[in-house]
Design a protein around this ligand. Structure first.
Ligand code: BES
Ligand code: MN
Ligand code: ZN
Length: 509
């Protein structure tokens, strides 16, 4: 765990991070209690421009501060919360990559005018925690691994009341950041380790210290008894048994309060099954459980922060593989609610396992249901790699989720549901089909997937069983070398949106 403290001046550190705005004028050689070896005006012009994410490392003559790292915020008027976090993160990654383990971060006055001190503390801590995480445990060369950051000092010259608020925010942000990193860590495991059984064990492990959380794991036998035919169908091709993970949290004072149910897609590897994916499309399919990872991690945060809400997480966990026992295109499977599904493409497996979970959610008489799933490649085609798709006909939920998204900088974009998409899912021989199986489902693929899910949130007459929203987070990874502010792999999308949503919704309403 990184140790935090706050201070008015920098006393001693490996690296002092000073964020600067574009066009900002500097004078002298003294910053936050640190003296540089030259006055800043003497620097070669252009060394520090303040342009967004630009970094410039300098050495200080101060006895206890070795290096100063200037990092650019860009123009002051353009500084959003997202940019703020990315800038702080960029500086932390840069400093940590150069083996600095004790760092100080100066908070300029302008930033304190933009957000209240609690929000600022929270978001700063999230940025720091998220930036300091690396998935490098499989590197056997110790030198190739990132050194952990041991200590972060936050430098802010404010009255003690304001400082207290900032510190409160830091502690909340630390937990949120750890939750995001938990989701990333689960997602980054190789698929031969991260099986449904392993995911279930992790759910137990990360919740057992939190008393308000109750975990139940349903085995294959339990699922057979209950009739979760879709989850079982997808599982048939794999040597790994499916699991249905249930995490319940009671935080409300009113015992009768209806819970918010979160559903997370937990396909620990998606080969496509018999409708096998082409070579290049198999890569990164270990991440097909990021919905599950986000939901599990959200429960960890919600329980650690003791939110006064009732929340339930449902995670259908399964591996989608081809084999002699695998389910086939042309099969008909029966869902938990008795509805039949014609299989046209075994690669449209996420909607199947989620449908069973959406039926199971009825057990809780939910206030609302939100599912998170890496559901369609089409969602990435539609909104790119830096946003996730949001689908819902509940105005309130859409508005609150979009506000939560804005409040933390994880970007959501609303995409449509509609009868033109329902048409594609109509089957001649069963109640619904999981894909058109032809090119007909190429257009509006993300919406067609969402429409399939919607079918299971409605009764016979087509009325909603509960308010429901679906988030397609197919792009929740930073592939290649990652980003300057976040190293490569799963990016933990969804955790903070859900936490903000569960925490703040009632303040807005
Ligand atoms: N897990 C995939 C979706 C996906 C693809 C997520 C790429 C992230 C990156 C999902 O199970 C899937 O295979 N969807 C199909 C749907 C199609 C068969 C209707 C897809 O996206 O092609
Ligand atoms: Mn698939
Ligand atoms: Zn999938």
């Amino acid at each position: 765990m990184i140790r935090y403290n706050t201070s008015k001046q920098c006393h001693g550190t490996d690296c002092l991070i000073i964020p600067v705005f574009e066009g900002q004028k500097f004078k002298g050689s003294h910053f936050y209690g640190v003296t540089l070896d030259r006055s800043i005006e003497q620097l070669v012009e252009g060394d520090i421009t303040g342009k967004k994410m630009e970094v410039c490392m300098m050495h200080a003559t101060h006895s206890t501060v070795r290096k100063v790292l200037f990092v650019g915020f860009g123009k002051e008027k353009d500084l959003t919360l997202k940019r703020y976090k990315e800038t702080i993160g960029t500086a932390v990654v840069y400093a940590q990559d150069r083996k600095n383990q004790k760092i100080s971060i100066a908070l300029p006055l302008e930033v304190m005018k933009k957000w209240d001190m609690k929000t600022l503390g929270k978001e700063t801590a999230v940025a720091v925690e998220v930036a300091s995480y690396a998935y490098d445990e499989h590197k056997t060369d110790e030198d190739a691994r990132v050194l952990p950051i041991t200590h972060v000092e936050y430098i802010l010259d404010v009255k003690s009341g304001e400082k207290k608020k900032f510190e409160l925010g830091l502690e909340v942000g630390r937990v949120v950041g750890q939750g995001i990193n938990l989701a990333r860590h689960l997602g980054n495991h190789p698929p031969s380790i991260m099986t449904p059984t392993y995911l279930a064990r992790e759910a137990r492990l990360h919740t057992k210290k939190l008393k308000a959380l109750n975990v139940k794991i349903l085995s294959k036998q339990d699922l057979e008894k209950m009739g979760m035919g879709l989850l079982l169908g997808v599982a048939r091709g794999s040597a790994e048994e499916p699991k249905f993970i249930i995490i319940e949290y009671r935080g409300s004072q009113k015992p009768t309060e209806k819970p918010t149910v979160l559903v997370g897609k937990g396909v620990t590897y998606d080969s496509g099954g018999l409708s096998l994916k082409p070579r290049d499309f198999l890569i990164d399919m270990k991440y097909d459980m990021l919905g599950a990872a986000a939901v599990l991690s959200t429960m960890y945060v919600v329980a650690t922060l003791k939110l006064k809400r009732n929340v339930v997480a449902l995670i259908p966990a399964v591996e989608n593989m081809p084999s002699g026992s695998a389910f086939r295109p042309d099969d008909i499977l029966k869902a938990l609610n008795g509805k039949t599904v014609e299989i046209k493409n075994t690669d449209a497996e996420g909607r199947l396992i989620l449908a069973d979970a959406l039926c199971y959610a009825m057990k809780y008489n939910p206030k609302e249901v939100i599912d998170l799933a890496t559901l369609t490649g089409g969602c990435m085609i539609a909104v790119g790699l830096e946003r996730s798709g949001l689908f819902s006909s509940e105005k309130n939920m859409v508005e609150s989720l979009l506000r939560s998204s804005e409040a933390c900088g994880e970007q959501l974009w609303q995409l449509p549901l509609g009868e033109e998409f329902d048409e594609v899912n109509k089957s001649e021989i069963a109640d619904i089909r999981n894909s058109a199986g032809t090119n007909a489902d190429r257009f509006g693929q993300a919406s067609i997937g969402a429409s399939f899910l919607e079918f299971f949130t409605k009764d016979k007459k087509g009325n909603p069983l509960y308010p429901w929203a679906h988030i397609d987070l197919a792009g929740a990874i930073y592939s290649g070398k990652g980003k300057a502010w976040m190293r490569a792999g799963a990016n933990g999308f969804g955790v903070q949106i859900l936490v903000e949503y569960l925490d703040r919704k009632y303040i807005w309403e």
